[in-house]
Ligand binder design. Sequence first.
Ligand code: PBG
Length: 331
Amino acid sequence: MTQSYPATRLRRSRATAWSRAMHRETCLTADNLIWPLFVTEGDGVEEPVSSLPGVSRWSLDGIAARAREAVELGIPCLALFPNTQPERRSDDGAEALNPDNLMCRAIRAIRDACGDSIGILTDVALDPYTEHGQDGLMDNGGYVMNDATVEVLVKQSLNQALAGADIIAPSDMMDGRIGAIRQALEDDGQHNVQIMSYAAKYASAFYGPFRDAVGSRGLLKGDKKNYQMDPANAEEALREVALDLSEGADSVMVKPGLPYLDIVARVKERFEVPVFAYQVSGEYAMIEAAIAAGAGDREALVMETLTCFRRAGCAGILTYHAPLAARLLNG
Ligand code: PBG
């Protein structure tokens, strides 16, 4: 009796490195990385963020140095987040509108250091500037008011665009803010300033270390569930994306990243637009904790997770591992 063998052996194509390379469906390059950076006051200052091992806040000179490093590594874009001094935080977050705030000075420092060789993405939301740590203006009952907040976010966006930001990235989840910001940018002649909307941003427990980094953790009263999305919802994410695109978003973001790759895939499938994902601070901390516990290898974990973002449909990933990944990719 002759033994019958499977005609299809999927292992054939996996047998050698060259063949695996030839059959690889997804590629990851430094072009796919956006590096989030935290900015602090001072000169020559580096403040490690204890809940984000390996990540520091940098004063402007350090930010300029990181930007030069990013250009050398082929990372196309930086995302900036300021750690505003407590005395500059207020109920209304007015510091967000100061043309000389930390964010605007960081934009100019990067521009001075690198010209147009790197993109600068700026976060629009009031949490780094408010005393209460919420992303918007609160009414007397502690509810974050939508339309009043949008008015301030529009001014914040213009302030960042005038300082030289390339991509405005509203992370606040107010309704209608993309349309309002786009209109204001057009009226101001800022036609080529892009908007990357944090379209599907969830009320996540993975943001803790970020709040340490921008100094809002101890300040935050309550949670952000009346504007950020419920992690249980997916259809609603598609509605959010549809609205932001109709209001003029150039690209959309899903956040957090790894637990939400189904959302990335559905958004990509449905809308066929550039989709980005934010591998947020808690995800980074989780990977680093696994490494510290001896549960995995850093390089392998980082490359695998970032490749999975690409496979799910991401054009790019905001990740604190960006410089490490770029170094590995550049070999
Ligand atoms: C604030 C903002 C947050 C993050 C990016 N922008 C935190 C929040 O919404 O509370 C989180 C990023 C991270 O955890 O790495 N608008």
